[in-house]
Design a protein around this ligand. Structure first.
Ligand code: F6R
Length: 349
């Protein structure tokens, strides 16, 4: 397969180049977050009961990744992907609005709903109406560089958010975790580059060509990554994908693998991490063995031996690269998301 030829032919804004440049994005995002942290430090006094991260799509996933990474050492984090903010969630909360463009109606509505109800507010955005409202309301706003498809700016959605949460006293983590993750991301980007046709990301894309991905994981470190894989297959590869979690899926979805013809065209991608509960791992083993006779194929991925941030981002990168290679195999440009653009236009009327 001549990947460079496909890249030149199909990839109008070089999505592959953006994924390859993730380590550089991490460095830039980390610096921005560190520079912004002092602005969030006065929020410490509030002693938050919870954190609510409001956002949609690619920007929401930055929050999901933060939640997964910090699940063992942060004030409980809830995500808000709706216009409304339940009052019992809002009270005593640090509200973080995350919108790459700053113009997503749902996130702006959640921002407005949070005003005067939550304990404190902060935002991460490249500008737009969200930055304007923050300036109007005196809400600290971390500005990240614009001009990318939001999903390609995942480093900017995640790393400044980690700084914000730590500075506001809602999370703890060590800078060495970032240093390690940066090294691992560099290794992974070199490994998944199109220089070798037999790398794991290309193999994954080939396994998914003409198929539907069912991404299964545990609701622990890889919860946000499972969603990210699914969304990247949707948006970059323009193909349907689905995600669900063990052990819950063993109590309903597993029975669905019985009647119909979609299953033979479905590939189960099972993501596992060493912090998954041992019984959840057992659920995955048993559940997958019961689904095996019905599924087109099952591919299993175990995170590498490293820290939590490194494991999470290494696994995310495998899906990010695979989604771009799958776009090439599908003969589509990974960047445009015409239906999302049309939807936003219609909804803003
Ligand atoms: C497009 C993408 C979308 C957006 C979503 C919200 O690349 O990833 O999922 O993230 O439509 O828009 P923003 O992030 O600008 O608030």
């Amino acid at each position: 397969m001549n990947w460079q030829e496909l890249r030149a032919k199909l990839d109008s804004t070089d999505m592959l180049g953006r994924v390859l440049a993730f380590p550089e994005q991490m460095e830039a995002a980390w610096k921005i977050g560190a520079g912004f942290a002092p602005a969030a430090e006065p929020l410490r006094e509030k002693k938050f009961e919870r954190v609510v991260i409001a956002g949609m799509g690619g920007s929401a996933i930055g929050g999901d990744l933060a939640k997964s990474f910090l699940s063992d050492r942060a004030t409980p984090i809830t995500s808000c992907r709706d216009y409304a903010l339940p009052k019992n969630v809002a009270r005593g909360a640090l509200f973080v609005a995350s919108s790459y463009s700053g113009n997503t109606g749902v996130t702006l509505a959640a921002y407005d709903a949070a005003r005067g109800v939550v304990a404190a507010m902060v935002a991460v955005t490249s500008g737009g109406e969200l930055a304007a409202r923050c300036a109007r309301d005196g809400v600290p706003c971390c500005i990240i560089p614009g001009g990318m498809p939001p999903r390609a700016a995942i480093g900017f959605s995640l790393l400044p958010m980690l700084h914000v949460l730590r500075a506001a006293g809602a999370a703890t983590f060590d800078d060495s975790e970032y240093d390690e993750a940066l090294g691992v991301a560099r290794e992974r980007c070199a490994e998944y580059a199109p220089t070798r046709d037999d790398n794991a990301a290309i193999k994954l894309a080939k396994a998914l060509h003409g198929k539907t991905a069912f991404v299964y994981a545990a609701p622990s470190l890889l919860e946000g990554v499972a969603r990210r894989w699914s969304c990247q297959f949707n948006e970059n590869s323009k193909t349907l994908a689905h995600f669900a979690f063990f052990p819950e899926l063993n109590h309903n979805e597993i029975v669905g693998w019985e009647v119909g013809d979609i299953m033979k065209r479905a590939v189960i991608l099972s993501l596992q991490d060493r912090d998954d509960h041992p019984m959840t791992r057992r659920h995955a083993d048993v559940g997958l063995s019961l689904m095996k006779p019905f599924a087109g194929a099952i591919e299993r991925y175990e995170t590498p031996a490293s820290g939590r941030l490194s494991r999470m981002l290494a696994t995310m990168l495998l899906g990010d690269f695979a989604s771009v290679y799958l776009a090439y195999l599908n003969g589509v440009d990974p960047t445009p998301v015409k239906k999302i653009d049309a939807l936003k236009k219609e909804m803003s009327r």
